[in-house]
Structure formats: structure tokens, C-alpha cells
Write a protein that binds this ligand. Sequence first.
Ligand code: GLY
Length: 358
Amino acid sequence: MMPRFPDCFPAANTEGLVYPAEYENFEWTTSFFSGMLWLLYEHTGDPVYRPILQKHLESFYERVEAPGSLDTHDLGFLYSLSCYPAVLLQKDPRAEACFLKAAQALRSRYFPQAGIIQAWGNLGDPQNRGRMIIDCLLNLPLLYQAARLTGDRSFWEMAYCHAKQAQKHLVRPDSTTYHTFYMDVDTGEPRFGRTAQGYSDSSCWARGQAWGVYGFALSYRHTGDRSFLDTSCKLLDYYLERLPEDGVCYWDLHFTQGSEPRDSSAAAIVCCGILELLKHLPLTHPRRMAYEAALNRTILALAKGYTTWNLPQADGLLLHGVYSKPDNRGVDECTIWGDYYYIEALFRLLYGSCDYWY
Ligand code: GLY
């Protein structure tokens, strides 16, 4: 992909298995290509990745100064995979300054009364005011990391409060999840759940559940709050119960058979979540062997049945992902985050961890 995207980014999803090029660094997904290249650079040391990674860094430095592009909680996805590896691997001061600016922007989206970070839009937008979403759990590492880098505990506290509120309101009593949930930001009272990308308000969007499995495991790692580990396990148990024969979920866990599209990207995220969980669960944990078996089964299913290895015309990696079924967007295509998390899972299997989220 490097020759195809020398000074631009692959779009969020393929069209006919080929990624259109994106010349503006605007979407929430641009950093996944950087993340893949950082993983490759970290583990091979090959200088071939340096010039393109430097270009990506410059693009993210510019982005953090463009006010319109900061009206989102996705700063975590964006900066934990672009600038943070440069901080972690190279102690790059410019990358660190940029990373901390992104963390400040994310912190400014926090509503203290409700204890949550608003996901989308500017904070005055009536449609999105006080709306949190399950995906945000993957944006919290940015705050936890910023707290460590600066010694300013307020970053950590906001991330921790948000994770607690997500656990309380986005997770339903039966261990399924809402995609999004509205809080009253003035009184702090919970309002109601709504889907955006799932089948219905009461169903369980597969990728949301996957963000929950991985995200709560990461919040455990950053806070030591064992209840996050339990929540991650419960979400995973529900997810595993809803899998079809080959172990790769449908786009919404409402479906367990039939011809609805799968979402392989959710499966790849769950693999990373299981790999993170296994680092923290005691060897005697009653579900440990079941999780190891689920991980092996899923990775093999993805590798054998869901990769483009025998499709030279494709430049994506993981087939049969879905961006948004209700919007008919990127359905049965490769997604750039599906490709990234598949690679992250493989690198975790090979090298034991991926510290970009830590
Ligand atoms: N975070 C957006 C998505 O999963 O589609």
C-alpha cells in the first residue's frame, strides 16, 4: 500500500476491495494506516517505513491545529496510533507536544456533572449533546497516557469517570451494549440509549460489543479497577454465545444465522481484546481456556476464510467487514480498522503485546 498512498491515506473502507485515496486528514480512520506502519517499523526496524511515517506525523501535527477537526472524541484512535508510537519508540518531543494537544482537546469534551466525554459534534449541538458511545473506550488510552506523560491526574480522572459511566449506562444488565447513550449534562441524570450503526435501539451492534470487550480490558490495565475486567469478560461471554458456525460474527449480534453480512473487523477487535484480557486473567480463571480456544478459532477463521491473500486485485487485508449497515456504507468490504486490528492481533501473538494503547 505504501506506493499507492505515498502522501495520502486509504479511506475508511474499500470500494470493490480497493481503498480510495483520501487527501485530507479528516476522518477518524486515517491513523490506522500509520498504526500498521508503526507496528511493522517497530518489529522489523526497516528504515523503509521512516519517510512515510514522518509524512503522517506532519499531517497529524497540522490536523491538531485545525479547530474543526477536533470536534470529535476520536482523537484517541487518531493520536494513539500516529503520534504516540513516535513518543514511545523515539521519544520524539514534537510528537509528544502534538499528542498532548490532542489529549487537551479530548479533555475539553468532558461534562463533569454527567462524568462523560461527548462523542460527536461540537458541545452545543443539540443532536449530540451529552451523547456518549461505546467506541469511546478506545479513545481513553490517550487520556491515561497523557496523565502519565504530564503527571496531571485530571486526564486520568476524566477517563476513569467516563469508563465507569460507560460501564453503568452503555452496558445493559444482560451484558449486551447500547451503541450510544444520552446523558443529561446539566443534572447528570441518564436519559436513554439509541443505536447509530446497529440493527435497532435494543439490539447489540457487534462492533460496539467488540469495542467494549477490548476497551474495558484496556481501562482495567490503566486503572487496576477489577470491575472493568469482569465487564470485559461478560461482554465477551455474550459475544461468544452469538457466534455462527465459523466463529466470525454478523454485523449485529441480533443475527446468528442467515445471509446478513458479517463484520470481520469486530472479530479482529475481539481478538485483540482477548489477547489483552489473557494478560490479566489469573491462570486459574474458569473461562481462560474457553477464551484461548475462541481466540485461536477466530484468528484461524479470519486467516483462512476472510483474507485477501488470493485476490491480487484487492489492497485491503480482511474481507467481509461492515462500516455502517443502516447507512449502506462499506458493507461487505475491507475496513482500514479491520485490517489494522487483524495486524495488531497477529503482532500481539508474535511479540506478546502492543503498547500503543498503553
Ligand atoms: N468508531 C466508529 C466505528 O466503529 O464505526
